[in-house]
Design a protein around this ligand. Structure first.
Ligand code: 13P
Ligand code: SF4
Length: 317
């Protein structure tokens, strides 16, 4: 095997994982080669659940920083590694702690539900965390008259508000991938593939959600393509998920929706795609970069995440 070939890195990663009792957790938006070497691939909720319950000494997170931070918060005794610290998130970046504190003061007396796509500091200012898999159920678990703040994704917030009819004030943040899907392209794809079903992540804007046959988190979209009798799907979420869809149901067709302002055929998260097999190898060999969090922030951020995990467990999510 040629040194520095991808086969070499993959076999070295396997060796290092066994030697160091390490596991790789990967989000569905990672490239196919990374999903294939991961010990566990999932959406944000499943990855948090896995981070909280495993016997490894080292968790290498193939995903973005807020996910690795969440793993560290849930497993503080473990070493949590992120192969590229620049793997951030435009949505998490849209909510800075000092601005959020001001927003909370301007809207007092509300229960603060924050999406997991936030920094540890924002989590520490929140009452409950949610993911796109459980946002509706988390809101519905609260008394009907409870006033709520939902942050930072305005599209997911609007989706939850429309579904639950609750009194919700929403932070004005968005994800650069999901807000960019072209409605015009979806309509053209549907015209060319009239039998195709349009499946949409709730981080997408309202016009895209309105044309959807099905709306759900990445794992819900994956389950839908497995159980639905259809043959073709127009997929409005980050294109990485199509790798798992093809793996699980290779006989079906999956068409990625392009962004509004690009000639490229699909939408990718440039933060997620900073992670590569070579960077995973480097990170596992050097055990760097490692996630460190201020202990006070970690303890404060842990409470709302644990609350989410407890509600999810009770509901069987
Ligand atoms: P889920 O993993 O909850 O589907 O969220 C998608 C996402 O944007 C992760 O960054
Ligand atoms: Fe953040 Fe959007 Fe990338 Fe998810 S897809 S990590 S929400 S920028």
């Amino acid at each position: 095997m040629k040194k520095e070939s991808s086969e070499y890195y993959i076999s070295e990663i396997k060796r290092l994982k066994a030697e160091k009792n390490a596991i790789i957790l990967a989000h569905y938006y990672q490239t196919g080669d990374i999903q294939d070497i991961a010990d566990f691939v999932g959406d944000s909720l499943a990855l948090s659940q896995k981070a909280a319950s495993n016997t490894a000494d080292i968790i290498l997170f193939a995903g973005v920083k807020f996910m690795a931070e969440t793993a560290k918060i849930l497993a503080p005794e473990k070493k949590v590694l992120l192969p590229d610290m620049m793997a951030g998130c435009s949505l998490a970046d849209s909510c800075k702690p000092e601005d959020f504190e001001r927003f909370l003061k301007e809207n007092p007396g509300r229960t603060v539900i924050s999406y997991v796509n936030t920094t540890a500091e924002i989590k520490a200012l929140s009452d409950i965390i949610c993911t796109s898999s459980n946002a509706i159920q988390i809101v519905e678990s609260l008394p009907e008259d409870e006033k709520i703040i939902f942050a930072p994704d305005r599209n997911l917030g609007n989706y939850v508000l429309n579904k639950t009819g609750r009194d919700i004030v929403i932070w004005n943040g968005t994800c650069h991938v999901h807000e960019e899907f072209s409605l015009e392209a979806i309509i053209n794809l549907k015209r060319e593939n009239p039998d195709a079903k349009i499946i949409v992540h709730p981080e997408c804007e309202m016009p895209v959600r309105l044309v959807a046959d099905y709306i759900g988190s990445t794992s819900a979209l994956l389950s839908f393509t497995k159980t639905d009798p259809g043959k073709t799907y127009i997929v409005a979420t980050e294109a990485g998920i199509i790798h798992q869809m093809k793996k699980e149901n290779p006989q079906k067709n999956y068409i990625p929706v392009p962004p509004r302002d690009s000639t490229c055929g699909c939408s990718e998260c440039n933060f997620m795609k900073l992670i590569t097999v070579k960077k995973i190898y480097d990170c596992l060999s050097s055990e760097k970069p490692e996630i460190f969090l201020d202990n006070e922030i970690l303890l404060k951020a842990r409470k709302p995440i644990i609350r989410m995990m407890e509600i999810s467990e009770k509901l069987g999510l």
